[in-house]
Design a protein around this ligand. Structure first.
Ligand SMILES: [Zn+2]
Length: 94
């Protein structure tokens, strides 16, 4: 999850229950989904961020590993956002 400074959200990774944490929205089916709020985010950066959650949670099989403040997920999602910005700027410069 990526709450922003105004209390909204930029994106969510929705893990299926019962594998997901109950403190955030979860998938209504057996698949892991990424939800991006296009009104509050730079879409590319948010997608990169959320996909790191998907990977860290092994596609929902071990969703708790994808939670913030777990393992290196905070560093990993931050690096993903930076990578997205770099890639986007590289494309814009061409
Ligand atoms: Zn996050």
């Amino acid at each position: 999850m990526s709450p922003n400074e105004s209390g909204g959200f930029t994106g969510y990774t929705l893990y299926p229950q019962p594998n997901g944490p109950t403190s955030q929205p979860w998938s209504s089916d057996t698949y892991t989904h990424v939800l991006v709020n296009a009104d509050r985010s730079w879409i590319t950066s948010t997608i990169y961020h959320e996909l790191r959650h998907v990977l860290a949670g092994n596609f929902g099989r071990v969703a708790p590993y994808g939670a913030h403040h777990t393992g290196n997920i905070d560093q990993s999602t931050e690096e993903a956002e930076k990578e997205a910005v770099k890639n986007q700027l590289d494309v814009m410069r061409k």
